[in-house]
Design a protein around this ligand. Structure first.
Ligand code: ZN
Length: 468
C-alpha cells in the first residue's frame, strides 16, 4: 500500500480515495469543494429560518389531492428522527414510511415506535419478501462489490415512490444534510442506487432466488418522478444541524436512544461500514463523516483523528453483526471466509445503465478515434457526453462559459475559455460537441465567433449526437 497522505484540514486520505487531489498547502479537493459550496447549500442562519417559513407555506398550500403535506422515510436513525421531530414543530402533516428489512436494531425499532407515539403521525410499515431480499443481499456479497446496501436503498425508494403516487403526494422530505454528509468518497466504484440494470446483472450472476416479489426503482422511474414535479426537500440544511444538540432534544421529546454511530442503526448497514468495507476493501468511511463534521464546525481535526484511531465499534459488536449476517443469509463459516477473501470487484464490472446508455448512443461516423473533440459544457451534461464519447474519439478538453472554471480540470482535461471569449486561443482542428442545457445560445455564440469547424449537439434523451 502507498504511504498514507492525509489532508491537513479534514481527515480524508489517499487510501479512502486513490484519486484524491492535494493542493500545495496540503488541503484536499473534498474539503475545498465542500467549503466552496457551503454557502449555497447550508443555511444555519436567518436565511435558513426564512427558507423554512417559505417551505412550510409551500407544502401547506400545494398539498391538493392529499391529506398529507409530505412523505418521509424513517429508519430510527438520527437524521430522519430529528427531521420528523422538526416537522411536528412546523405543524406539517407527514406520512411516514418505515421499511423493516429484518436488519433493524432493536434500538432503531424502539426509536421509531417512540417517535410515532410522540408525533402521532401515520406510518406505513413495509416488509420486503425476506427469502428473496436476503438471497439478493447474499448475491451482493458473492459479487464482492463495495456498496452492498444498494438493494436496501432501492427497495426503500421503490416503496416510497409507489406510496407517493398512490397518495398523490408532491413532496418528499429527506434527512440528507450538508452538516454531516458534505464529503463523500467518489472513487470506489459506486453507481446510482436506482441502477436497476446493475442490480439485475449482479442478481443474474450470483442470485439463487427469483426477485419477482421485490419492488424496485429504476433510473427511468427516478427521472419520471422528477418530470412529474415531485420534489425532494432537505430541511436539515436550513438549520444549524448539530448532532449532539439533536440527540439531547430527541431524548427529551420521546426518550430517544442513540445507537453508537452513524450507519449503525441497521445491522446490514453496520456490517457494510464496520466489517465489509474495512476488512475487504481497506476502507474506513468514517473519514467522510468526520471530515463533514470538521467542515460544519462540529468537531476539530485532532478530535476526528483520535476517533479514527479507535476501532469502529467493539469486537463483541463486530462478532454479533457477522453472526447475524451468516444466520439470516444462510452463509456457512467456510463460505463467509471465501466471500471475504475473494478478489474485490466494482459495480461497473457488471452490466449497468451507463454502459447500456453508451451502447445505445448513435454517433456520426465523422466522429471517430482519430477525431479531436472539445466538449462544450463542463457540468452534468458535459459529464454524460464525456462518458459516452470516452474511448470513441480523442477528447482534448472542455469549453465552458463560466470564467471560474477556466483552466481548472474536469475528468483530467483542461476547461478552456470558449470561442468568443477574450482569453480564447483558437484550436483549428477540433470538433465541438455541445453538451449543455441552453445549446441554442451556444450555437449562436459559436456562429458569431466565426467558429467554422464541425459543431455537434449532444442529445441525451434521444441518445444521439448530431451535426448542427
Ligand atoms: Zn480535506
Amino acid at each position: 500500500m502507498n504511504k498514507i497522505i492525509r489532508c491537513t484540514r479534514c481527515v480524508m486520505d489517499n487510501n479512502t480515495d486513490p484519486d484524491i487531489y492535494f493542493y500545495r498547502n496540503g488541503t484536499c479537493n473534498y474539503c475545498t469543494d465542500a467549503l466552496k459550496h457551503m454557502s449555497e447549500m447550508y443555511y444555519p442562519n436567518e436565511h435558513g429560518e426564512l427558507k423554512i417559513q417559505e417551505m412550510v407555506k409551500q407544502l401547506k398550500n400545494q398539498n391538493f389531492g392529499s391529506k398529507y403535506d409530505c412523505i418521509m422515510g424513517i429508519s430510527g436513525g438520527l437524521d430522519s428522527s430529528y427531521l420528523l421531530y422538526l416537522g411536528k414543530q412546523w405543524e406539517l402533516i407527514i406520512l411516514c414510511v418505515h421499511v423493516d428489512d429484518g436488519f433493524n436494531t432493536n434500538t432503531a425499532n424502539e426509536n421509531v415506535a417512540k417517535l410515532l407515539k410522540a408525533t402521532d403521525y401515520d406510518c406505513i410499515s413495509v416488509k420486503p419478501c425476506f427469502p428473496q431480499y436476503n438471497a439478493l443481499l447474499k448475491a451482493y456479497l458473492k459479487a464482492s462489490v463495495p456498496t452492498v446496501t444498494i438493494p436496501q436503498d432501492n427497495v426503500l425508494f421503490a416503496e416510497l415512490y409507489s406510496i407517493i403516487q398512490r397518495e398523490g403526494i408532491s413532496y418528499f422530505l429527506s434527512g440528507g444534510n450538508f452538516a454531516q454528509e458534505s464529503i463523500n468518497t467518489k472513487s470506489y466504484g459506486t453507481l446510482m442506487g436506482a441502477d436497476l440494470i446493475n442490480i439485475q446483472s449482479i442478481h443474474g450472476a450470483h442470485g439463487t432466488e427469483p426477485i419477482d416479489k421485490l419492488s424496485f426503482f429504476s433510473t427511468d422511474e427516478y427521472n419520471r418522478f422528477k418530470e412529474l414535479g415531485i420534489e425532494t426537500i432537505t430541511p436539515l440544511n436550513y438549520i444549524n444541524y448539530n448532532k449532539k444538540d439533536a440527540l439531547i432534544t430527541l431524548s427529551k421529546f420521546c426518550d430517544y436512544q442513540y445507537y453508537e454511530g452513524k450507519h449503525l442503526e441497521n445491522i446490514w448497514t453496520a456490517f457494510m461500514h464496520t466489517v465489509w468495507l474495512p476488512q475487504k476493501f481497506g476502507l474506513d468511511l468514517r473519514t467522510n463523516y468526520l471530515s463533514s463534521l470538521i467542515i460544519s464546525g462540529q468537531i476539530d481535526r485532532d478530535e476526528a483523528l483520535l476517533i479514527l484511531k479507535q476501532p469502529y465499534c467493539d469486537a463483541e459488536k463486530l462478532a454479533m453483526y457477522i453472526s447475524v449476517i451468516k444466520n439470516r443469509l444462510n452463509i456457512t463459516d467456510v463460505e463467509f471466509d471465501d466471500i471475504m477473501s475473494a478478489p474485490v470487484r466494482q459495480h461497473t464490472d457488471f452490466e449497468n445503465s451507463e454502459e447500456y446508455k453508451r451502447n445505445l448512443f448513435t454517433i456520426p461516423t465523422s466522429i471517430n478515434v482519430d477525431t479531436k473533440v472539445i466538449i462544450f459544457g463542463a457540468g452534468n451534461w458535459g459529464e454524460y457526453a464525456y462518458k459516452i464519447l470516452e474511448g470513441r474519439c480523442s477528447i482534448i478538453g472542455f469549453y465552458d462559459n463560466n470564467d471560474e472554471k477556466h483552466f481548472t480540470e474536469f475528468f483530467s482535461r483542461k476547461i478552456l475559455p470558449p470561442p468568443g471569449h477574450l482569453m480564447h486561443r483558437d484550436c483549428q482542428e477540433n470538433l465541438v460537441v455541445i453538451a449543455c442545457k441552453d445549446s441554442d445560445s451556444v450555437i449562436t455564440q459559436l456562429n458569431k465567433s466565426g467558429y467554422g469547424r464541425g459543431i455537434y449537439k449532444f442529445d441525451y434523451d434521444e441518445s444521439l449526437i448530431y451535426k448542427v
